[in-house]
Design a protein around this ligand. Structure first.
Ligand SMILES: [Zn+2]
Length: 273
């Protein structure tokens, strides 16, 4: 095969890949909440707190149509806030670490039948998300996972937090689409190198706000290890305390020649990958 034909073939392959990936749409509600629409029409929500002050759309929950799965990374209220309401409204199946899934039912009233062991597991486990045409792997995250006020009422003499399993991140492999990695709330950790070894990540949704998670400078090391084609910064700017921003991430990725991988999204924006 001569070089021209090789180049044409490479171009066609790249085009076909781009086309397949364009069928997967990602909507960012601000903070850590994303909606994934797969090529088969399936809908997956991750960490659905749709009322973040940066979300320009104030009726996002009411506007939701089909939702097949809700994935929760940990128990903090800024990640689980709208999960029960959406679960009841849409019949969405709950994917969560074992302890969190149980407590979502017993403490917060998530519908029992939509939260079974089929989709409750722990780090290292992979589940099929048949209704959405995808599969998901729970991966490590370095964080806490308690139910905290305002989701839990403090009672005198009792602890005001309730343990809710291990915090996790998710690698979501969309059939005929991209592989997505949502870090959850976490610092960078050296085992992120394993994620880059086991998966070819197309889009990484990386917490960069600092204070409760890695900041942009630490997230740059995470990006180097995971080696995604694109990184969407999340969990920043919701409140002034989450002061990390995409410009700092780009600057920290510059010496690694990876700054062009930052795919900055605005809250309320939808993009195809
Ligand atoms: Zn958080």
């Amino acid at each position: 095969m001569n070089i021209c034909r090789l180049l044409l073939l490479a171009g066609a392959l790249a085009g076909a890949t781009a086309l397949a990936h364009a069928q997967t749409k990602i909507h960012w509600y601000g903070h850590a909440a994303i909606k994934i629409e797969t090529p088969t029409g399936g809908v997956i929500l991750v960490d659905p707190w749709l009322g973040a002050p940066t979300n320009p759309e104030k009726d996002s929950v009411a506007k939701l149509g089909r939702v097949d799965y809700i994935l929760l990374t940990h128990g903090h209220w800024d990640h689980i806030k709208d999960a029960v309401e959406i679960g009841k409204k849409t019949g969405a199946i709950l994917v969560a670490p074992y302890g969190l899934q149980f407590n979502m039912k017993s403490v917060h009233g998530y519908p029992e039948k939509q939260a079974t062991l089929a989709t409750g597991g722990n780090v290292g486990g992979t589940f099929n998300l048949d209704k959405a045409g995808a599969k998901v792997t729970m991966v490590n995250a370095v964080h806490g996972s308690e139910f905290t006020p305002p989701m839990v009422k403090a009672e005198e003499g009792k602890p005001s937090t309730i343990s809710a399993g291990n915090p996790v991140g998710y690698v979501i492999q969309v059939d005929n689409g991209p592989t997505l990695y949502h870090t959850g709330d976490t610092d960078v950790f050296t085992d992120m190198q394993l994620i880059g070894r086991f998966f070819k990540v197309d889009v990484m949704f990386a917490a960069i706000g600092g204070h409760f998670t890695m900041d942009p400078e630490r997230a740059a090391q995470a990006v180097e290890w995971v080696n995604p084609k694109a990184v969407v910064p999340i969990h920043w700017g919701t409140y002034p305390i989450l002061s990390g921003n995409p410009a700092r991430l780009r600057a920290a990725l510059e010496p690694r020649r990876m700054s062009d991988r930052v795919a900055e999204m605005k809250p309320g924006e939808t993009r195809g990958f």
